[in-house]
Design a protein around this ligand. Structure first.
Ligand SMILES: Cc1ncc(C[n+]2csc(CCOP(=O)(O)OP(=O)(O)O)c2C)c(N)n1
Ligand SMILES: [Mg+2]
Length: 371
């Protein structure tokens, strides 16, 4: 098949896979939270297309990324797996972000050059600029991505980062995901002027893009140019992608308290996944059956295994693994993908007190409870 908008069919299917995987992870994680298996969630629903457009133009493992808490789809686009994101979400020791020590959705990955961030918003800007300065000194053509929401651009670090990177023509791309709200504060109350795009005018050497972030193809073009510019040493860019926040700010928030139902409904109509599906259906890249039931799509196999194998695995499977590990003396950690709640079951197979196996067992129990 001929290319569509410069993409091979397989590339677009991969992007669709990551979009739907990110959405499924949000759904699933919210359920796990309600089941008491996690303590906090902050989602990317509504931001997927913009994030995947950014990731699509980066060289994974070579370029550097300073994402923020909403960048789940971006990280999937760079090659992080759904399993890895769940390990972090469930605070497991095999979590590549921080070994379960960070808050959920604080992404990090050594091999993918995703640098972990701290929770105060905006701290990532100057770290990214520092990293891009070192890239320039080393004279390689690696670029740096840094992102935040529109609310965080009212912090001093953002302006310092813009000034410094523009002055030095650094290879850094700022992705501002404007979902209209900083928790409950609308953008009109947050920044001077009506948009971040207008606010950042005046910095020499800084390129600016203002795109519909719910449209993958439009946002992709902006990142193509911004990243190409950075790689060629022409200087930094700001890409402002106008997105929608389809979930409340976080699991600690209820946006129905400060947003009208009309506002929420209007956001739903701009769902980036539905837009992408419509365009791919028209171009005959996807079929209606595949969109209606993504679980039957071969490309969605990972979602199926995530939801069925890793999360809703039966007690029986957990039991078998636990028993095997206990008997073999491999007691350092239980399979991290199994929900902690199932720990109650082990009491039934506890070995006779006082034996070596019993000591191993106690240690195993403590490790699992502590993680
Ligand atoms: C320095 C600092 N101030 C306040 C907070 C609390 N806080 C966390 S997220 C957030 C809103 C950020 O909004 P925005 O930048 O628009 O990103 P969004 O969550 O909308 O994607 C605030 C105020 C914080 N974490 N750090
Ligand atoms: Mg926002």
């Amino acid at each position: 098949m001929a290319k569509y908008q410069g993409f091979q069919k397989k590339q677009l299917l991969d992007i669709y896979k990551n979009m739907t995987l990110a959405r499924k992870l949000d759904d699933r994680e919210m359920t796990l939270l309600k089941q008491g298996k996690a303590f906090f969630h902050i989602g990317c629903s509504g931001h997927e297309a913009a994030q995947l457009a950014a990731a699509n133009n980066m060289k994974s493992g070579l370029d550097w990324a300073y994402p923020y808490y909403r960048d789940a789809a971006f990280c999937l686009g760079l090659g992080m797996t759904g399993k890895e994101q769940l390990l972090a979400f469930l605070a497991k020791d095999l979590d590549p972000s921080s070994g379960g020590r960070q808050m959920p959705q604080h992404y990090g990955h050594r091999d993918l050059r995703i640098v972990t961030q701290s929770s105060p918003t905006g701290t990532q800007f100057l770290q990214a600029v520092g990293c891009s300065m070192s890239r320039k000194w080393e004279d390689n053509n690696e670029i740096v991505y840094v992102s935040s929401g529109e609310g965080s651009t009212s912090e001093g670090e953002f302006h310092e980062a813009l000034n410094w990177s523009s002055r030095e023509k650094l290879p850094v791309v700022f992705h501002i995901q404007d979902n209209g709200y900083a928790i409950s504060v609308p953008v009109s109350d947050q920044i001077a002027g009506s948009s971040v795009f207008d606010m950042v005018s005046g910095y020499e050497n800084l390129a600016k893009y203002n795109v519909d972030g719910t449209n993958f193809f439009e946002t992709n073009l902006a990142f193509q140019q911004a990243i190409d510019r950075a790689r060629k040493g022409k200087g930094p860019s700001v890409v402002v992608s106008r997105v929608v926040r389809l979930l409340s700010h976080s699991s600690s928030d209820d946006q129905r308290k400060y947003r009208s139902s009309e506002d929420l409904e209007s956001d739903l109509k701009k769902d980036p996944i539905i837009k992408f599906e419509k365009e791919c259906l028209k171009a005959k890249i996807l079929t209606k059956t595949a969109c209606l039931n993504p679980f039957f799509l071969p490309i969605n196999a990972p979602i199926k295994s995530l939801t069925e194998e890793y999360i809703v695995s039966s007690n029986g499977a957990f039991f078998r693994i636990l028993l095997k590990k206990a008997l073999m003396g491999l007691f350092i950690t239980i399979d991290p993908m199994k929900p902690i709640m199932m720990i109650e079951n082990i009491t039934t197979i506890r070995p006779r007190p006082g034996t070596l196996k019993s000591k191993i067992f106690s240690k195993l129990l403590m490790t699992q409870i502590a993680t």
